[in-house]
Design a protein around this ligand. Structure first.
Ligand SMILES: C[S@@+](CC[C@H](N)C(=O)[O-])C[C@H]1O[C@@H](n2cnc3c(N)ncnc32)[C@H](O)[C@@H]1O
Length: 352
């Protein structure tokens, strides 16, 4: 085997860069959790001492953290003033959880995923699953935190209007089920926008349902939102005008039965909204930053979560539109349409 040394060196550089990014991710998570980015946002250049005063954190740690941020080009440094600056454009991605561009939730998820390595190694050997509930709380909170900005930016302004007729029904007063709702941010974004409607979030993971209930109380939405522990194949109620699945259908061991149950629970002219990652079933097409992150998450979370449910199907998160459409058709949802799209998600409308 005669490897081309130039290509070896180039690829070594790529892997070292990836390792550096993975190492730096811990610093990003710490900066997010401790509010360091938030303290730097809009503050202009700060010395480590000034940042320590603003955050109540230890100056020596902050100086080290800032050096790492400069090395990653997240923060700019001016040696003449010892000033560290978080540019406004970077603050929009790292400092403000309400910004549609906020992406720090990814690093909260990573904390849980790196912690799942032992369980995953064992699962690769045995073929068994790793259930959603086997992960640490950082996965549940991180998933919610990661997906929320995308939903906040597009769900009400773009995705619901793209579901023919649904927006009008929600304005007038509709019944909505949000299946696999996790912390329920999708449910609550809809509830805030359509006060005449009633929203029912379901998830089989009790701690997530409890978190969703707490957030609903904080947001004063308890009059129109409920959260219950229920599986996708047997959640209660019927006559729903809209049933949503946000980034969860592919995590289920029997997504076909989940859609079948949804079809039974829909009102006569109701519709399902199925939100899935925007990745391709052609593995070569996912060689880009989003594709890489999403498909890697499939290895760590989505596929093992589905396998742990011992269903007939463990799809992974990149089975693609055609596989989803066929499954919906088999469940009696014969009308299928790509309703909307974002860099991270594809939004399908499915109805009888
Ligand atoms: C990736 S998370 C998405 C959560 C939420 N929809 C969001 O977008 O933030 C997947 C969710 O599906 C839930 N889930 C997985 N399998 C399920 C099943 N069979 N029945 C109900 N919920 C399920 C998990 O508990 C988890 O909350």
């Amino acid at each position: 085997m005669a490897a081309d040394q130039e290509k070896v060196t180039r690829f070594l550089g790529r892997v070292v860069a990836d390792g550096g990014a993975a190492m730096a991710g811990l610093c990003t998570s710490i900066g997010d959790r401790l509010g360091i980015y938030a303290a730097m946002a809009g503050a202009g250049p700060l010395t480590p001492t000034q940042l320590a005063v603003r955050t109540g954190l230890h100056e020596r740690y902050l100086r080290e953290w800032l050096a790492a941020q400069v090395a990653g080009e997240y923060v700019r440094y001016d040696p003449t003033t010892d000033g560290y600056l978080l540019p406004d454009e970077h603050a929009a991605v790292l400092a403000d959880p309400t910004a549609p561009t906020y992406a720090a939730g990814l690093f909260t998820m990573l904390q849980a995923l790196y912690g799942a390595e032992e369980a995953l190694v064992e699962a690769f050997r045995t073929g068994s699953g790793v259930g959603w509930e086997q992960h640490g709380e950082a996965l549940f909170a991180g998933t919610a935190k990661f997906f929320r900005p995308g939903y906040a930016g597009a769900l009400v302004p773009e995705w619901i209007p793209a579901m023919n007729g649904t927006e009008q029904r929600l304005r007038e007063g509709a019944e909505v089920a949000d299946v696999g709702c996790g912390y329920g941010y999708s449910t609550m974004l809809m509830a805030q926008a359509y006060p005449a409607s009633r929203f029912h979030g379901f998830d089989f993971h009790r701690p997530s349902v409890e978190a969703a209930r707490r957030i609903a109380v904080e947001q004063e939405l308890s009059d129109r939102v409920t959260f219950e522990v229920a599986g996708a194949q047997d959640f209660p109620g019927e006559g729903y005008d809209l049933i949503t699945f946000f980034d969860c259908l592919h995590d289920m061991g029997d997504p076909g039965s989940a859609l079948h149950h949804a079809e039974h629970a829909l009102a006569p002219d109701g519709a399902c909204m199925i939100v899935e990652p925007n990745v391709s079933p052609d593995v070569r097409a996912n060689a880009n930053p989003i594709g890489r992150a999403v498909v890697s998450a499939s290895v760590a979370v989505c596929l093992p979560c589905a396998l742990a449910q011992h269903g007939p199907q463990a799809m992974g998160n990149h089975a693609g539109e055609e596989a989803m459409r066929r499954m919906a058709d088999g469940a009696g949802l014969h009308h299928w349409r790509l309703a909307a799209e974002s860099p991270l998600n594809r939004v399908y409308a499915a109805s009888r």
